[in-house]
Write a protein that binds this ligand. Structure first.
Ligand code: CTP
Length: 390
């Protein structure tokens, strides 16, 4: 519930993607926010106002004169902790960038004195048109935030940029605007996912880590103001908004990628479940079952975190993770010392399969903080706040 006690205003404009506003309302409500919706008159041609009234339990305003007093565009601008225009059409971007206030939505925009989040959605040619791009540049220059559209098949039948961004990414941009910036100015390197150690082109040794915790940590670190690089082994997860992603497969590839970014980083969060061993040999052809039964010999992989600990500079904070099946604290403490860490987050082994997370943060000076059982997103925020809000 990262948006608990937050007021979010969603502005819907006249795009075929207007119906996705319903999904956005539900997601923000699920995260604890109180949501209100305003619509441009043309948005109502795509989705009925009643839909949003029913979803939010609030009135939905369209004309700048709408509402009890006629001043609601000012009051709603004051009320909102975040204002998201999704989908944002070329016309609305053009009007807002020109300071035009001829409907409720763009009147709120003019009265809103913080960063607005825009998620454009339109035909590719309309999106790439210099008029639209100039308006986007102008709005970005004033500090407004753009969640860039995805590429793909558009409603008009054309292929290209212009599809409304993923709803999750729009939510992440909202998080970015409301979370306290306790990692502002910090360069944060996060690793995630289970490495794959191939012994033929399609077969490999790996482990059960889903990568979820690492992705949540990267997402929250960005939302808390960090400049984030996420080095990820293969996962089924979408890359978080705003994060620079580097994809790797094996432990050796992860080692090289981490070493490349190590000097850059102020904070290293090593959450990846790195395979300790890899097959000693690799067959470029698929191993056939009618041949002799293969014996897969293993050899050790580098311990990436141990090497980070060895190279650690004074101003760097290094955080490791330990998933243990027994003697959790004792084993985690051993890793903390051996790998020269500032913090280790110890958790039971079932963290891999569960959606929630609980554990304990142990610092190099012996402090322990229990992490209560909660979803991984909340847990990521809890961990980073405990470590960096001190
Ligand atoms: N780690 C790493 N490189 C490895 C193995 C682990 O960087 N080759 C990191 C993990 O990302 C984690 C920490 O070291 O942050 C502890 O990993 P874990 O698998 O719990 O422990 P190991 O050191 O591998 O020891 P063991 O498997 O014996 O528990």
């Amino acid at each position: 519930m990262l948006l608990k006690n937050k007021n979010i205003l969603i502005g819907i404009t006249g795009s075929i993607a207007a119906y996705k506003g319903c999904e956005l309302v539900r997601l923000l409500q699920k995260k604890g926010a109180t949501v209100r919706v305003c619509m441009t008159p043309s948005a109502k041609e795509f989705v009925g106002e009643l839909t949003f009234r029913a979803l939010t339990g609030e009135e939905v305003l369209s004309d700048w004169k709408d509402g009890k007093t006629g001043l609601e565009h000012i009051f709603w601008a004051r009320w909102a902790d975040a204002f998201v225009v999704a989908p944002a059409t070329a016309t609305t971007l053009g009007k807002i960038s020109s300071g035009i206030a001829d409907n409720f939505l763009n009147s709120v925009a003019l009265a809103y004195d913080r960063s607005i989040i825009f998620a454009p959605a339109m035909n590719t040619k309309m999106y790439t048109n210099p008029a639209t791009q100039e308006n986007i540049k102008k709005l970005s220059g004033w500090g407004h935030i753009f969640v860039e559209p995805d590429s793909g098949e558009l409603a008009c039948g054309e292929e290209g940029e212009g599809k409304l961004a993923d709803i999750e990414h729009i939510y992440e941009a909202v998080l970015y605007t409301v979370l306290p910036k306790f990692l502002k100015g910090k360069k944060v390197l996060v690793t995630a996912g289970a490495t794959r150690e191939h012994f033929d082109p399609i077969r490999y040794i790996t482990n059960a880590s889903s990568g979820q915790m690492g992705y949540q940590l990267a997402k929250i670190a960005y939302a808390a103001g960090g400049d984030v690089v996420l080095i990820s082994a293969p996962t089924c997860l979408k890359k978080p908004y705003g994060v620079k992603a580097v994809d790797v497969v094996s432990a050796q590839e992860m080692f090289s990628a981490v070493m490349e970014y190590l000097d850059w980083a102020d904070v290293v969060i090593m959450n990846s479940a790195v395979a300790d061993f890899r097959p000693a040999s690799y067959s470029s052809q698929k191993l056939k079952k009618d041949k002799e039964q293969p014996i897969i010999e293993l050899k050790p992989n580098p311990d990436i975190l141990e090497e980070i600990g060895r190279r650690k500079k004074k101003n760097q904070t290094v955080i490791g993770f330990a998933a243990e099946s027994e003697n959790i604290i004792e084993n985690a403490l051993k890793k903390l010392k051996k790998k020269n860490l500032d913090f280790i987050v110890a958790n039971p082994l079932d963290v891999f399969s569960k959606k929630s997370h609980k554990g304990v943060i142990i610092s190099a000076d012996g402090n322990r903080i229990e992490i209560p059982d909660m979803d991984k997103e909340s847990s990521a925020l809890f961990i980073l706040e405990k470590i960096f809000k001190r």
